[in-house]
Design a protein around this ligand. Structure first.
Ligand code: DGY
Length: 323
């Protein structure tokens, strides 16, 4: 039997690549070089399946391929706002993602960022490495207590819920939630959370705000200068979702003029390019998109892609079909 042809756009964990190569006529990206939109367009003409990830541009232009050979885009990652939904639908493509398997690790990282920015851990590390530590003193790098404070979670999907679990059960935080749909009282009770109707209603009540909503046009600049002004002075903003959810220019102003206490970002608008002004903000912790970066999660994401492919080529609906 002829094996379906499959193109992987980035280097994947070795165990997953090995299994992929066994079951498919697979082209792996062993050089791990990001693919250009033109290369992606060519791939869509040649391969039965393309396995992209967040670094790939699959906008309307890239997907404007009238006689595409590709029938499935099996995305490596849970967020898929880099894939233009109407264009993929027009081509009759199936799109899948990899939910669940990275939720705990991503929430761990969001909690890491929250703690780092509250306790000024980034500033402390930078000072120490630069040889600037002059010893213990009562007023040195004094941060903010986390336990018992109020955390606002925007987007209460799997990752948002894992964040709430850590914050509530581990740190006794009060949880406010803003979500597109109404949540059941059982879910809210489990996290001792209260759902609010709007982001505007939530922001003035929170000491910390953590973003867990999808990216894309609908949530672009959800956090803008008006909403940053609604936050408590001294409050902290954490983003492990997508860079475009925050208006970065507005955030830089808010950080520079102490409108909020600080921010911690794992994702950036237009990453890996980082605005030089962000680098000037001391009250900002930055990580290079590490949310799901554990051995366990990255392997599980790959195997989840393989499950989706297997089902698709067996004529079944893949469990993680999003389009
Ligand atoms: C995800 O899974 O969405 C991560 O951000 C990587 O794309």
């Amino acid at each position: 039997m002829v094996k379906p042809s499959v193109l992987v756009t980035r280097r994947w964990p070795a165990a997953v690549e090995a299994q992929l190569a066994e079951n498919y006529d697979a082209v792996l990206n062993t050089g791990d070089k990001p693919m250009s939109p033109a290369e992606i367009r060519e791939a869509l003409k040649r391969y039965d399946a393309v396995l992209p990830t967040v670094t790939d541009t699959l906008n309307a232009e890239a997907l404007d391929v009238p006689r595409a050979q590709t029938k499935i885009l099996a995305n490596y990652g849970v967020g898929y706002s880099h894939i233009c939904e109407p264009a993929a639908r027009n081509l009759g493509m199936t799109v899948t993602n990899t939910p669940d398997v990275l939720s705990e690790c991503t929430a761990d990282l969001a909690m890491t960022l929250l703690l780092m920015v509250a306790r000024r851990a980034g500033e402390g590390e930078r000072e120490l490495r630069a040889g600037g530590w002059s010893g213990w003193r009562p007023t040195h790098l004094v941060g903010t207590k986390v336990s018992g404070k109020t955390l606002g979670i925007i987007g209460f999907g799997r990752i948002g819920q894992e964040m709430a679990r850590r914050a509530h059960h581990g740190f006794g935080m009060n949880i406010l939630v803003q979500n597109r749909s109404r949540l059941s009282s059982d879910v809210l009770k489990h996290f001792n959370a209260t759902q609010v109707d709007t982001v505007d209603e939530m922001l003035p009540q929170c000491d910390f705000v953590s973003l867990h909503c999808p990216g894309g046009a609908a949530n672009r600049h959800l956090i803008n200068s008006r909403r940053l002004d609604l936050m408590k002075p001294g409050a902290f903003l954490i983003n492990t979702a997508r860079g475009e959810v925050i208006d970065e220019f507005a955030l830089i102003q808010a950080l520079m003029f102490d409108v909020i206490g600080g921010a911690a970002l794992d994702v950036f608008d237009g990453e890996p390019r980082i605005s030089p002004d962000l680098l000037q903000c001391d009250n900002l912790v930055m990580l290079p998109h590490l949310g799901s970066a554990t051995r366990e999660a990255r392997e599980a994401m790959g195997f989840r892609v393989l499950e989706n492919l297997r089902d698709f080529f067996a004529g079944q609906t893949p469990r993680d079909k999003v389009i």
